[in-house]
Design a binder for this molecule. Structure first.
Ligand code: DAH
Length: 342
């Protein structure tokens, strides 16, 4: 009897597998015949085997066969009704209907550009550092050698939160924070957001990204600064880009320079170019040798060590790379604009 009950179990699972494979009316009919045909159907054959079962066991085995038969009939009837529905009727699926389009997210163009800059400096052995966006007057100005009330502070249109707290106007305070924590050799960049009291226009926005760089070690010279920035700008733009260094002034570097690249839009060939104003050059970053006083402010001996630093606007640089005429495009989140970069 145990054998017969086992057999019913096996048949039941075979039948269930058969159900899953039914695709149309023909395969359904075939399944029906296999199990229910009067002469050779599997259930008929099972009933025939009843004669070998002892009289005491007959009721239980009979009951099991009956349950199986009801299961088979119910499933086949169900399929009979289902078979008319679209899942089974291939012809009812309209393959000409447009599909559902799914949009994939992508990093914002500025963040992608920031990553590119990070990769170039990582490949030169720089570390990536971080610093707070809310700063004290000391870190944003004082430690960087801006005397109190000095007119140089006016060049940075500062948003003050209290008399002493402000939204950092540049990433340069991170130089101070890193030098306070680490001893030379230092080779770091710090990309991050900065804030200025600006009315938005095509080339000004009140929040933008800068990347700060700082190298401090024995025997660092202006040649190291020049070589590093040239390598960086060629990797960022292209190998043949023209670069020039101009003397400039920053309170925290001596000597200081501003670095220009040739205009990416007109290459100096259009007198009315909207990007370079016809001059053929665009200013891309500020740089210089770290002022000895700045090193003293963080207890690094300027007789022993020297360093260079630079600061570049990321949004501005991206704007020239992608030849976008208006900085505000980056922050208006018009998907038609943003999607061009994904
Ligand atoms: N912090 C300056 C600015 O926002 C840029 C700058 C100039 C950074 C010279 C530097 C530097 O590190 O050496 O305009």
């Amino acid at each position: 009897m145990v054998d017969l009950i086992k057999k019913i179990k096996v048949l039941r699972s075979n039948f269930d597998e058969g159900v899953a494979q039914v695709e149309d009316k023909e395969s359904l009919q075939e399944l029906r015949n296999t199990y229910l045909s009067r002469k050779k159907g599997r259930i008929t054959l099972l009933l025939k085997e009843m004669k070998n079962v002892s009289p005491e066991e007959k009721p239980e085995v009979g009951k099991k066969i009956n349950e199986f038969k009801i299961h088979v009939q119910q499933k086949l009837d169900e399929l009979d009704r289902e078979i008319e529905k679209p899942k089974y009727k291939g012809s009812q699926i309209d393959l000409t209907l447009p599909g559902k389009q799914r949009y994939r997210g992508a990093p914002h163009p500025i963040l992608k550009y920031k990553k590119r800059i990070e990769q170039i400096f990582l490949s030169m052995g720089f570390s990536i550092e971080d610093g707070p966006e809310i700063e004290t007057d000391y870190y944003n100005f004082g430690a960087l050698n801006f005397p109190p009330h000095h007119p140089a502070r006016d060049d940075w249109d500062t948003l003050y939160l209290t008399d002493d707290l402000l939204l950092r106007t540049h990433t340069s305070p991170v130089q101070i924070r890193v030098m306070e924590k680490k001893k030379p050799p230092i080779r770091m960049i710090n990309p991050g957001k900065v804030y200025r009291r600006e009315t938005p226009d095509p080339t000004h926005i009140p929040m933008f990204y800068q990347v700060e760089g700082l190298v401090v070690d024995f025997g660092i010279t202006f040649a190291h600064l020049k070589g590093t920035l040239e390598h960086f700008l060629k990797a960022l733009y292209h190998e043949k880009i023209k670069i020039r260094f101009r003397p400039s002034y920053f309170p925290f570097t001596e000597p200081s320079a501003e670095v220009d690249i040739e205009c990416t839009v007109c290459r100096g060939e259009e007198s009315k170019c909207r990007v370079c104003g016809g001059g053929g050059w665009i200013e891309i970053l500020g740089a210089g040798m770290v002022d000895p006083q700045v090193l003293k402010n963080v207890n690094i001996d300027p007789e022993k060590y020297s360093g260079f630093a630079f600061g570049m606007g990321i949004d501005r640089t991206a704007m020239f790379s992608f030849r976008i005429p208006d900085l505000r495009n980056f922050y208006e989140n018009d998907l038609r604009f943003i999607r061009q970069f994904s």
